[in-house]
Design a protein around this ligand. Structure first.
Ligand code: FAD
Length: 473
């Protein structure tokens, strides 16, 4: 009987344990991808990530076709799709790699039970994290809430295994089941086409991902520790969407980076450790995307302020760094980590808007939108998560800009109306003398907004709100 290889966020051929095991089983294969928008509920794949998904599926289907296998596309709730496809193919086994989103774990458990009832073998593999998150426990046998001891426990665990090879031969089932047409799924933006900037900056798919990893490992990881905070430079790897969609496995990244001779690798692997930690938090707290881990934050006095929320989303806050960040997100579907920290902090602390509103905006606009990484990081910035940033640390966007975008290159790239401004004022145009503004063609309130809040006042207001929450029993 044929075996089904169910691709999910593991859209690659190399180091794919489910695919390799299915190929080695000797059964003829059916390769399947299901667009399941029902099981995740409100956390269904967001718009920018759908753009990525389209191209990633195209790339996967081409590389499978190169090995003689057709990728079948189906849409619907996965357990229901499996009923149909097993009836159509008579498949005797299903192979897949594990996911850690709570909705996916619930759905996959249901599917496993259904397959068992039908006497179809289910074989599930672990590949999307370096360390099995359930196996990491504190001395008290609990899940971790602090990163440093968590990462120490990871490093004490056996080193991640070497990546597996791509299967050499894939025997297709004699008749591949009918497939949907990828274009008909309409994962790409229709009208307007907002993906122009994304097409310019990204190459999607396993082959491109591997080339980028090789380039980063060879030329940039050495300087990662120093360069990673500078938003206008090529300091970070930009591998996050490739990792989210599984075009690369973290094991492959780990071994490319930690090979002898790679300096700076340690700092980089620590960031992969944060990815592990976020997943560990999510599987330990299934409500992480929706509820503050620190429950006292449920009474935090967030404000309803649609006008400010819109200014933030559109990059019109009057703070150049925040605006550059939000526009980078809109144009490219990605944002530098330092910029994510500052723009998220601005929404929560300067505007006192609920972190969940920012979390949802990121969810829809990031190509690397990832339930674990996104929710854990938003909670961290909001001060209500595990190992969270202390609430009294309120980023000053102008100072952050001066420190991590010292020549203003990042602001000039994404906020072109300020491009001609003297470097002394690029992060604080409100302080520039009239003649400097005039020379740069900047008219505050006309070509570029006045700050929507005053930093010092916003800071005081945020501190008072946090104090009020803490003061309550
Ligand atoms: P690099 O610096 O090159 O790091 C390498 C890899 O390590 C990344 O690709 C990523 O997989 C992982 N990593 C790095 N930093 C973190 C971190 N803080 N938490 C978890 N993993 C990390 N990352 C996402 O992948 N998806 C998200 O939806 C997401 N939302 C975020 C929201 C906020 C408010 C913040 C502050 C951070 C968020 N991050 C998210 C984490 C981080 O900003 C991105 O992973 C990183 O910027 C991706 O760029 P890179 O691949 O160049 O990172």
């Amino acid at each position: 009987a044929p075996a089904i290889v169910w691709f999910r966020n593991d859209l690659r051929i190399s180091d794919n344990p489910a695919l390799l095991a299915a190929a080695r089983s000797g059964a003829p294969l059916v390769a399947l991808y299901i667009l399941d928008d029902e099981s995740p509920g409100e956390w269904r794949t967001g718009a920018a990530a759908r753009w990525w998904l389209h191209h990633s599926l195209r790339a996967l289907s081409e590389s499978l076709a190169g090995r003689g296998l057709t990728l079948t596309l189906r849409r619907g709730r996965a357990p229901y799709v499996f009923e149909q496809i097993i009836a159509e193919t008579g498949a005797g086994a299903v192979f897949w790699n594990k996911l850690y989103e709570p909705w996916a774990m619930r759905r996959d458990a249901e599917l496993e039970a259904q397959l068992a009832d039908d006497a179809v073998e289910a074989r599930c593999f672990h590949e999307s994290l370096l360390f099995e998150p359930e196996t990491l426990r504190t001395k008290q046998g609990e899940s971790f809430r602090m990163f440093t001891p968590f990462w120490r426990a990871c490093l004490a665990a056996p080193t991640p295994e070497r990546p597996l090879p791509a299967p050499e031969i894939l025997h297709p089932a004699p008749l591949p089941p009918d497939s949907d047409d990828l274009d008909a799924w309409r994962l790409l933006p229709q009208n307007p086409d907002w993906a122009i900037g994304m097409r310019k900056v990204w190459l999607v798919g396993e082959t491109a991902a591997r080339a980028e990893l090789a380039d980063f490992a060879r030329h940039h990881v050495v300087d990662y520790k120093v360069e990673r905070d500078f938003m206008g430079r090529v300091g970070v790897s930009r591998l996050s969407p490739h990792l989210h969609f599984g075009e690369l496995s973290p094991r492959e990244v780990w071994h490319a980076i930690s090979d002898p001779g790679s300096i700076g690798g340690e700092a980089y692997l620590r960031e992969l450790g944060w990815r592990e930690f976020c997943h560990h938090l999510l599987i330990s707290h299934w409500d992480l995307p929706d509820r503050p881990l620190d429950r006292s934050f449920e009474r935090f006095p967030y404000r309803d302020d649609e006008t400010s929320l819109d200014a933030w989303r559109n990059g019109q806050t009057g703070y150049p760094l925040v605006d550059a960040a939000m526009r980078e997100l809109w144009v490219t579907g990605w944002m530098h980590n330092r910029a994510r920290l500052v723009s998220a902090s601005f929404l929560i602390k300067h505007l006192l808007i609920d972190w969940r509103k920012g979390e949802r905006w990121f969810w829809d606009t990031l190509v690397d939108a990832d339930l674990a990484n996104n929710s854990a990081n938003w909670q961290w910035v909001a001060g209500c998560g595990a190992d969270a940033a202390p609430y009294f640390r309120i980023f000053n966007p102008a100072l952050q800009g001066e420190k991590f975008d010292p020549d203003g290159a990042y602001v000039r790239r994404y906020v072109p109306e300020l491009a001609g401004l003297d470097v002394r004022y690029i992060h604080r145009p409100w302080a520039a003398p009239d003649d400097v503004l005039r020379e740069a063609g900047v008219v505050l309130g006309v070509t570029y907004p006045h700050p929507i809040v005053d930093h010092a006042q916003a800071r005081e207001r945020a501190l008072a709100s946090f104090e009020a929450v803490r003061a309550q029993p």
